[in-house]
Design a binder for this molecule. Sequence first.
Ligand code: C2O
Ligand code: CU
Ligand code: CU
Length: 664
Amino acid sequence: MWTYGGTYPGLTLRRPTGQSTRVTFFNNLPSLAGGKTVHHHGSHSASADDGQVTGANFLFEPGQARTYTYDGIENGENERGAMQWYHDHRMGETGMNVWMGLTGLFIIDDPADPATLPSGSYDLPLVIADRQFDGNNQIQYFYDPAGVVGDTVLVNGTYQAYLNVADRKYRLRILNGANARRYIFTLSTGEPFMQIGTESGLLPAPVARTAMDVGPAERLDVVVDFAGKLGQELYLMDAYQVVPLLKFRVNQSVIDTSTIPSTLRPLPDIGQPTVTRNFSFDFTSNHWSINGLTFDPNRIDARPVLGTTEKWVFTNPTGTIHMVHIHDVDQQCLSRDGGPCYPYEKMKETWSVGPGETLELKMKFTDHIGKYMLHCHILEHEDDGMMTQFEVVAPTPTATPGPAPAQPLNISTRARVQGGDNALIGGFILTGSDAKQVIIRALGPSLAASGMPGALSDTTLDLYDASGHLLASNDNWKESQKAQILATGIAPSEPLESAILTTLTGNSSYTAVVRGKNGATGVGLVEVYDLGLGATSKLANISTRGFVDTGDNVMIGGFIVGGSAANPTRIVVRALGPSLSRFGITNALQDPTLSLYDSNGSVMATNDNWRDGQQPEILAAGLAPTDDRESALFAPLPAGAYTAIVAGKNNTIGVGLVEAYNVQ
Ligand code: C2O
Ligand code: CU
Ligand code: CU
């Protein structure tokens, strides 16, 4: 066999949640086995650590090694406890590589899960998978795009396994580790299992089930009670083939202090979807396909925006069941075949979709941008072509400004904060290599205190780096860094406002996202202040994207320019709308207008279409908007505070972006 660490299943990795883990795999296989890639199935990994299916950066050849990092963090919090697994994922060869033995378990223990569930030696992982052996008891694999099955079912690599157990409750964590075979698990007594969890961790409440039909890669977290069965033998059965899989010999008597709480873990609140996509699991020109297309590593079929929630709809016009598996994030079930989802499939990452069925899921894309897979987990369907890629993209377009002679000291933007794509998003760039201390604030209640109608009553703030990793989050500023924030002299005036004080590396761009707590909407303000003026790095650009409404709810960008009156800072301000459609914004402002005010409220300049204004200066700065309806202004500005207002032409509304650049 080909194994991870010499056994099948491979070495079980077991880690507390939230602890970053680096795992190095050495490829000691014979050269004919070729390059390998390891996918940690169920992990919310960075794209580069997800086990990309092809490419020199991702495959490690015989004689080579590759290290993967799994940080155990999801949406800024500890990843939920779950039994995950890892397996090979090489394009076109996953079926063979897994069949040969490249499968192992990865268990995440989570102190937020109830502690009274059976644990320790009463918590048993079971990998159930079939294999075919030849006359010399050697594994043989003959590729068949319909799916490869064998006549021998193994439990943790053992045929006709048995287990001595005590007369008490056991937690069984079952992985269907088969390439293509489904099992219907039953107990020979006809008694039910209590299902407590899925691939994605604990259910909100336990569900009693007597027969559990599961396809490849699905996991079941169940509790079985052997109380009152001392001296008996019973079996875990497969009701499809009607064969016993694992014998339990109840031959020890112990006191059972474990319990199954009636509520386990609530589902995370991931909000309502703002985008819908459809995926049909098809059979096209004699190959398994998705939306009629077989896998192409150079094609990406969906580009969800980081931080947003989407609805994905899966249909199956073929005559056989497919196993929809989505990498990166867990999914919550919205409906199955137009009706409610089964009570035991609230949140998962591998789903059965039968012939003619429709499955609607929602998921929120958090923490990581980059490419991820979506495929049928019948491995020969995947290898035959039933796989595609999506790419999670950053919420704001970024630009690279030129070096800056003087420096803006602060930026701020006020806009109406709505759900999903309409959150208030502030982007900024630090040029120069020095690290720089900044404070980012999200204001709402204090705007109300100063008379702003409809201000957000409670803000949240998230800070991301250029690759979309969440760097910090804050809800109420006093709850963390209170003393340090007070020491800056610019602490928010209201306790429900948010602030992040941090030191950021130079030559990089950052994104701050302001939302209303629990999806509330209202007017909010995002601000970045430069606290590290001594450093050679500069706050060189700011951009803010938000929903541009009318009246008081137009989008307002503010910035403060440092330096002296004798040495004005050359600033380009832009207002973008139509070009945001390219980044997947569906309700972009179609024709933005821009006006620039000084601190006395006097209009300094206005622009509707940038080509009608200072076209040569804007082109020379390399900052021409890509759409002629967009606006831009160039101005040499003395030290002072300025305000740029973006409104939709003729009171139109939509998502707009305001940016200020410091140019030479
Ligand atoms: Cu377990 Cu993409 O796979
Ligand atoms: Cu996976
Ligand atoms: Cu399939």
